[in-house]
Design a protein. Structure first.
Length: 256
């Protein structure tokens, strides 16, 4: 948001608003909100990963309301009225303090790494266009990606456990093979993944990754939810039993 602040200081309101629009479109909508839907919808309600995403969205919502309030006055005020995530909320969005940027020690390194990842992601998405055009897949979730990173992008392999979710595909296999189709950041092969679809999260898996009809993650979440529901039913039954037992004793004492 530094570019936004600089534009406003120079009374360049068009550039300031364009910065916000580009961020909403290119980073939030087409990337972050796209892959985190899987986390918000599928993970356990109180899982650390889901809470992390909710925290990010909270800070985005609060900051964006303040940024847009100078232009979308009434919309920002209505959003603020319905924002019930703060214990000490000001009466109006215009009485809220100015947002504060987080001080990240290795900010430049993180931004550089993120930019490299987005370049790799761009090539992966481009490589899947052929499968969609030939109608071999209905969505990228049906795709297996074989990825061989060029030397400059080798450190993206540190994300190997998360690449499937970040690319929103069925499977990502990292290899060292320069015979694959070449792109700017890597060598890539894409193909339709012949696996089993989990009916809860809609992701595809190898058959040995399934736990019955569900994938291992969904089976674990469903098991915890079932335990919580059973525990809640037992607690309500005990309370109901104690309450009725207490009433019956009082009635008996009154009769005597």
């Amino acid at each position: 948001m530094k570019a936004y602040d600089e534009a406003y200081e120079n009374y360049d309101f068009a550039t300031a608003n364009q910065e916000i629009l580009n961020y909403f479109t290119n980073t939030l909508s087409s990337f972050y909100m796209d892959f985190t839907k899987d986390i918000l919808y599928i993970e356990d309600a109180n899982s650390p990963r889901r809470r992390q995403v909710q925290t990010v969205l909270y800070h985005h919502a609060k900051t964006m309301m303040k940024l847009l309030s100078t232009v979308l006055v009434f919309t920002a005020e209505e959003l603020h009225d319905h924002f019930h995530c703060d214990e000490n909320k000001a009466e109006s969005i215009f009485l809220e303090p100015k947002y504060e940027l987080f001080d990240i020690e290795n900010e430049e390194e993180v931004l550089a790494y993120f930019s490299k990842f987005m370049e790799v992601r761009k090539d992966v998405l481009k490589s899947m266009e052929g499968l969609r055009n030939e109608k071999l897949i209905k969505s990228n979730m049906e795709t297996k990606v074989t990825l061989s990173l060029k030397d400059e992008y080798k450190d993206i392999a540190n994300l190997k456990d998360d690449l499937k979710q970040l690319f929103i595909v069925a499977k990502v296999e990292l290899v060292d093979d320069t015979t694959l189709e070449e792109y700017e950041t890597s060598y890539i092969k894409v193909e339709k993944f012949n696996g089993v679809q989990c009916p809860r999260c809609w992701n595809y898996f190898d058959e040995d990754e399934m736990n019955g009809e569900l994938c291992s993650r969904c089976a674990s979440v469903a098991h915890r939810v079932a335990e919580q529901q059973i525990k809640g039913c037992i607690e309500r039954y005990i309370l109901f039993f104690l309450k009725n037992n207490f009433v019956m004793k009082n009635k008996a004492n009154c009769v005597i």
